[in-house]
Design a protein. Structure first.
Lengths: 341, 302, 332
């Protein structure tokens, strides 16, 4: 098992994903949704996983808790979390970890809460199950957390039902639910995509504040470069089931190495940039992501890459360290080719 | 996850491609084909006239299956195999006839309700609900019996299979509410579909929108419903006939059961054959409907 | 239609669409409440310009655009095309006149998958506008469709395929081609890139910009994504609860937003650069429902700069710069 050091000062990360492969067995063949992915998260750190739809970012994050729905199948890899491999644990052990040590915030706050249960019972149920707290203690703790996520009049809210809350409020309840047992790692899959920009800003503020106050680590999955710039310490860029580049946030934005990372950053129009006068052209990436049912040989990005050579069409690049804490998978950046499977 | 199929293009051809992958659907299609084939060519191969009960005169009723009568004879001396074969066209006539009537009324009522909306919709749907709460069997039994008495002595009496046609008509008249509700739901969904709005933007006439955009897209779930309904109508006719309210002049599986259930211990084959025929036919249409559901759903995977 | 001299291409005046909703309290009587989805909005669009219509969900931007093309029937207002009010024509019985208007204004929908008939090939989808408008003899259609596909960056041989055989970006190209088929002067674009992946968004935005430069078509670009609005628009109108609260030249408004809601919207977008200085204008609470529209300035409960007058009097649009107007008693 190869491992890539996150940084010299961090020998044992909180979470280490190694060689993860998740395949979808469909009637039409095998879809290699996640095809050999490595990343690490240190305690208290926020890792942003960025990619487009089909990049495997959501499947990777769901797999951490073995929540990826069928026909997804974990084919290979390890998910080391607090010293144990989650992929080999029993379902019972995993249930103890879920929600308690590692919790999740979902993309759609409207569907992630049970519509027929009051906010109070949804929150206290988890607490009582994980910690065996008394009903009274659980209610107090739930109210405390609702206050923490900025919900006014928390005791009254416990009696309300999801439909009585706005979208932003529901997402706050979702966050409170995730924080109930003070997990050491929070998984957030596009936590603000379904929300309006002004509400998104409020939720991002809240997450940033909570992370600081509770010292939690976070895995933030998103396609929004602005969100990841605001939140992440480190960023992993994924494309077509593979990791392209991993580095700290400043390096990703200021000195990206992988051609895909560069192109992705350039293709986003900026609200603080005037486009009038000049010819309006955004640098865009031609073509579209590959069909993972028939993944091309070689580098997955080669057919859209301006720098691709003949070698890129044949050889799959492996991750390699270009600087301390900065890894890139690109043959043109000195990556070695992957040995034949 | 974006996964793309690389199969044949064309909506119907792709549906067929997906249909073939549903084993239940393929079995259903096979069973239905078997019944249809029996109905069409079976009569040419039937060993006896289905109305020939001369065996009774020879004291050969309730004869066990053998070389003379492949599936035996029943208590009236009919050849079970021949009568079973002649039951197939009756069953199909009932199933298809009832569903043709139900589809015409249902699509018209549901379509108007869904497309026009407003008060028309309310009125039509309340009417539809009335037809749904009527106890169908009681009405069919009563009408068949009363009608049977009323036509005696009138020229109507000479129409062949009049009772059967009455049953088909009544089954059709009470099966359309499901079709109407499904049609209405589809029309409501499609009326505000973006591609319909796009057509309105272009200036396409309402009539063209209805017939070129909405109707073709509403068809797939209706076809599934009708396939299920055919099985249901066949079963319903069998039940009516089994209760002795069937058409004595036509040959139906339900009626074979009615004539023979009392001799079940003596001649089980006389009940088993029509029973199996009903089972195979209804199962066939249900499995076919299951396959069609998959065929029309492009999102079906694995 | 003879254009009046000096009349703007599209001149929307006092457009209004209210919905009645029946709200029933437990055991109570039904109460009719009014949702002011679009409440007297006005704007002007010149040939070759793009007006970005922005706001959060429920602000009425889509209803406004739909009522311009009579997809939703407006309650009041004028929609002047070259000086002539086309609202009665679109709602009227004169089919030839109606088609004449529709030839000049077209719509591109948000979700290109839903806006294409799944049972039609791309060729059939593009043939519909040609058939309805009988623009040419049938022999010319084939070439016209091929030319349209090429215009939007697809190949003519793609025409035999069905929508589900395309990616989202390609489908949106088809949606744009269908809108362009009748040669419109104004195209209303309803969130045309928000359902697409980031790398594909840039392609479609570039295509829209290029088409505008080449064909001189004017756009109304509806979006909640201010970055793309900044890229594509020459002018921008910010909507809040059914009203335009700020309108003007795009650079003027983005460089110095005067309405506090505009400022908050712009600053709420996290810039794609880590460690950027937070210059956020913080907003209190969430968007109220359009049923319970606050009195006075509808924005006052969330506004940090609200004055006592803001609770009483609804501000009108006032000039705030050479090419901009804002509806605010206490502009920034």
């Amino acid at each position: 098992m190869r491992s890539i050091p996150v940084s010299a000062a961090d020998p044992a990360p909180l979470l280490a994903v190694e060689g993860l492969k998740v395949h979808f067995h469909t009637r039409d063949g095998v879809v290699r949704a996640v095809d050999g992915v490595d990343f690490q998260v240190a305690a208290g750190q926020t890792l942003g996983i960025v990619g487009e739809s089909g990049s495997g970012k959501t499947v990777s994050s769901l797999t951490l808790l073995r929540l990826a729905p069928p026909p997804a199948k974990i084919v290979a890899g390890r998910v080391m979390f607090e010293g144990e491999d989650l992929l080999t644990q029993s379902d019972k052990r995993l249930a103890e970890i879920r929600g308690r040590r590692m919790a999740m915030i979902f993309q759609n706050p409207a569907t992630s809460l049970n519509p027929v249960l009051s906010i109070g019972s949804q929150l206290t149920e988890i607490l009582r199950w994980h910690t065996g707290a008394s009903a009274k203690a659980a209610r107090e703790r739930a109210a405390e957390l609702l206050a923490l996520v900025g919900i006014s009049d928390p005791v009254a809210r416990l009696r309300q039902y999801p439909h009585e809350l706005s979208g932003g409020m529901k997402q706050r309840v979702g966050i409170a639910r995730a924080l109930l047992c003070e997990p050491s790692l929070l998984l957030a899959d596009e936590p603000t995509t379904a929300l309006d920009v002004t509400i998104q800003a409020q939720i991002l503020d809240l997450l940033a504040d909570l992370r600081q106050r509770l010292g939690m680590a976070m895995v933030l999955v998103t396609h929004d470069m602005g969100v990841v710039a605001r939140m992440a310490d480190r960023i992993t860029v994924m494309y077509a089931g593979r990791v392209c580049e991993t580095a700290d946030a400043v390096t990703i934005f200021n000195a990206p190495q992988h051609p895909y990372t560069r192109a992705l950053l350039e293709s986003v129009p900026r609200v603080d940039h005037s486009y009038s006068g000049a010819r309006r052209v955004l640098p865009s990436i031609a073509g579209r992501p590959p069909d993972l049912l028939h993944a091309p040989p070689g580098c997955r990005f080669h057919d859209r890459c301006p720098e691709a050579t003949a070698e890129c069409r044949q050889v799959m690049p492996r991750e390699h360290v270009v600087a301390a804490g900065h890894t890139v998978s690109c043959l043109r950046r000195g990556s070695p080719g992957e040995s034949a499977p | 996850m974006e996964t793309r199929l690389a199969p044949p293009s064309g909506i119907w051809r792709q549906s067929w491609y997906r249909f073939r992958r549903n084993r239940a659907g393929v079995i259903g299609l096979f069973l239905v084909a078997l019944v249809v084939l029996t109905a069409i060519v079976g009569p040419f191969f039937a060993p006896y006239d289905p109305n020939d009960h001369s065996a009774m005169m020879r004291g050969a009723s309730n004869a066990a299956p053998g070389a003379v009568n492949l599936f035996g004879t029943d208590r009236n001396g009919y050849d079970v195999l021949s009568r079973g074969i002649y039951g197939a066209p009756t069953a199909l006539a009932v199933g298809l006839g009832a569903m043709v009537i139900a589809s015409i009324i249902g699509v018209l009522v549901g379509g108007v309700a869904g497309y026009v909306g407003g008060f028309t919709d309310e009125a039509l749907m309340r009417g539809t609900e009335f037809f749904m709460v009527v106890p169908v069997f009681v009405v069919i039994l009563a009408v068949v019996r009363l009608f049977g008495i009323m036509v005696v002595g009138t020229p109507l009496e000479r129409i062949p299979n009049l009772n059967l046609m009455t049953i088909i008509l009544l089954l059709g008249l009470f099966s359309w509410p499901q079709v109407a509700r499904m049609t209405r739901a589809e029309f409501l969904r499609l009326r505000h579909a973006e591609f319909v709005e796009a057509a309105r933007c272009i200036g396409t006439t309402p009539r063209e929108i209805l017939f070129r955009h909405i109707l073709p897209n509403a068809l797939p779930p209706l076809i599934v419903l009708v396939a299920l309904g055919v099985g249901g109508a066949i079963l319903a006719e069998a039940m009516v006939s089994f209760l002795g309210f069937g058409d004595p002049k036509s040959i139906s599986w339900g009626q074979m059961l009615f004539f023979n259930y009392q001799s079940l211990k003596v001649a089980p084959w006389a009940c088993l054959v029509p029973g199996a025929a009903i089972f195979v036919t209804v199962l066939g249409f249900n499995l076919l409907a299951d396959g069609l559901t998959d065929a029309f759903n492009p999102r079906v995977r694995s | 239609m003879t254009p009046l001299p000096d009349a703007p291409l599209l001149d929307v005046r006092g457009l209004r669409k209210h919905y009645k909703v029946l709200k029933r309290a437990l055991f109570g009587r039904r109460q009719a409440r009014i949702v002011r989805a679009v409440d007297d909005i006005s704007f002007v669009l010149q040939a070759g310009q793009t007006l970005g219509l922005v706001g959060e969900s429920g602000c009425g931007k889509t209803t406004a655009a739909r009522s311009i093309l009579d997809l939703v029937r407006a309650d009041a207002g004028e929609i002047r095309l070259d000086g002539q009010d086309v609202r009665p024509i679109l709602a009227g019985a004169d089919r030839a006149a109606m088609l004449g208007v529709r030839r000049r204004m077209q719509y591109v929908f948000q979700d290109p998958y839903l806006s294409l008939n799944p049972r039609w090939t791309i060729d059939e989808a593009l043939r519909e506008p040609l058939r309805v408008h009988a623009a040419q003899d049938q022999q010319g259609w084939k070439e016209r469709i091929a030319a349209l596909l090429e215009t939007v960056g697809l190949e003519p041989r793609h025409g035999v395929r069905y929508p589900h055989e395309f990616s989202g970006g390609q489908r949106q190209r088809v949606g744009i081609a269908r809108a362009l088929a009748v040669g419109p002067d104004v195209v209303l674009l309803d969130e045309p890139v928000s359902s697409l992946d980031i790398s594909v968004r840039a392609q479609i935005l570039n295509l829209l910009a290029e088409l505008q430069d080449r064909l001189g078509v004017a756009y109304v670009y509806i979006s909640h994504d201010l970055s793309s609005v900044r890229f594509i628009s020459t002018h921008v109108a910010v909507m809040y609860l059914g009203r335009i609260v700020e309108i003007g030249a795009v650079d003027e408004i983005f460089a110095r937003p005067r309405h506090h809601y505009t400022a908050a919207l712009i600053s709420a977008i996290p810039p794609p650069s880590p460690g950027a200085v937070d210059k956020r204008v913080h907003l209190l609470g969430e968007v109220p429902s359009a049923i319970d529209r606050p009195t006075g300035c509808a924005f006052h409960p969330r506004c940090a700069a609200a004055l006592p007058i803001c609770r009483e009097i609804d501000p009108a649009l006032q000039p705030t710069g050479p090419n901009s107007q804002a509806a605010c008693h206490n502009p920034a």
